[in-house]
Design a protein around this ligand. Structure first.
Ligand SMILES: [Zn+2]
Length: 336
């Protein structure tokens, strides 16, 4: 874990990191210089010609390698997600055996999904870049607003389009009445069906400040379900990931739910459970459990920061002989 303040006020654009990742070769490592913000390559073949010792300096952070990025898995996931069953199968078959990369690309052009694949791949690389920034606590920003929110949050592949307005769909209804909707159209439809109230202009983002006067930007998603409605806040910029859900009855006023959301967000930003060395400050901590797709592991997010079980274990060892209480609650419930 790097010390606080090590990276100054420097930040990277996720798009730049993703581009570096995409350009990387099998036999080279790209390093990020936290002091200058530059990326530098170091080829494993020609390392004798370069000062590779230099990169042992703490100011250099290696980007994930080709091996870590697993583009093959991205292809397999894409093939799996394609809605058209026939095309999906052709792509999956192309990925079997040797020469998979070339065959996959040939098949893509044959079934006319090249553009979709490049969009999918771009998103996947952005996610790798985001995870890398989060892991090494490198502040980041996005150039493209569509990258502000993690694609992990999406319920369905982005390729689905809203059947009412044609914009990117967020909600996919399967079964006999299969259809995709954007959030807005879905809410309009559900409001008409259930009679639930949802104002025309609901907030889509909010910025709040924590105890250290640091800004936290949240993306807001409001939804009407057949039997309830919800507001979800997900932190989208920076190194932390605070999350909050508020659920209400169909008859609840949206304004009241929104006040409750703001109250909860302000409350969680007003306290810190963990000290700088990942120690429990208060003899207690509240957070949420999250799946890390890149590491294929579950993490505990406290104060908006993800901790692996190994990191927490070190901490727990201080409390040998003490009692501990673990309590689980729905994301919409408030834990004290
Ligand atoms: Zn729509």
């Amino acid at each position: 874990m790097l010390e606080e303040g090590k990276h100054n006020d420097r930040f990277v654009f996720l798009e730049d990191v993703a581009e570096e990742l995409d350009m990387a070769f099998d036999d080279s490592t790209t390093y990020y210089n936290t002091e200058t913000g530059e990326f530098t390559y170091c080829s494993d073949y020609f390392s004798s010609e370069m000062d590779s010792v230099e990169f042992e300096d703490e100011k250099y952070i290696a980007l994930p390698s080709r091996y870590d990025i697993r583009e093959y898995d991205m292809m397999a996931e894409f093939a799996d997600d394609v809605c058209d069953e026939h095309k999906s199968e052709l792509l999956s078959v192309a990925l079997e055996g040797e020469g998979a990369f070339r065959r996959f690309k040939d098949t893509l052009s044959r079934v006319g999904l090249e553009d979709d694949w490049y969009r999918f791949k771009e998103e996947a690389y952005i996610e790798v870049a985001r995870k890398w920034c989060q892991d090494y606590e490198i502040p980041y920003k996005v150039r493209n607003a569509a990258h502000a929110q993690s694609a992990q949050e999406g319920n369905e592949p982005y390729r689905h389009k809203c059947c009412m307005c044609g914009s990117d769909a967020k909600i996919h209804i399967s079964g006999t009445q299969e259809a995709s909707y954007c959030l807005e159209c879905h809410n309009k439809l559900m409001a008409a069906q259930t009679g639930a109230e949802m104002p025309d202009a609901v907030p889509t983002q909010i910025v709040l400040f924590d105890v250290c006067e640091e800004a936290h930007a949240f993306a807001i998603e409001s939804m009407i379900f057949p039997h309830c409605k919800s507001i979800r806040a997900t932190e989208v910029v920076g190194t932390t990931c605070y999350k909050e859900n508020v659920y209400g009855e169909l008859s609840d006023r949206f304004e009241d739910m929104w006040s409750e959301m703001v109250r909860r967000l302000e409350k969680s930003l007003s306290k810190k459970y963990m000290g700088d060395d990942a120690s429990f400050e208060d003899m207690k901590a509240v957070g949420y459990v999250d799946y890390n797709r890149i590491h294929d592991a579950y993490e505990v997010v406290i104060d908006g920061k993800a901790y692996t079980w190994a990191q927490l274990e070190k901490n727990l060892s201080m409390y040998e002989g003490w009692k501990i209480k673990i309590e689980f609650a729905d994301m919409g419930d408030e834990l004290e």
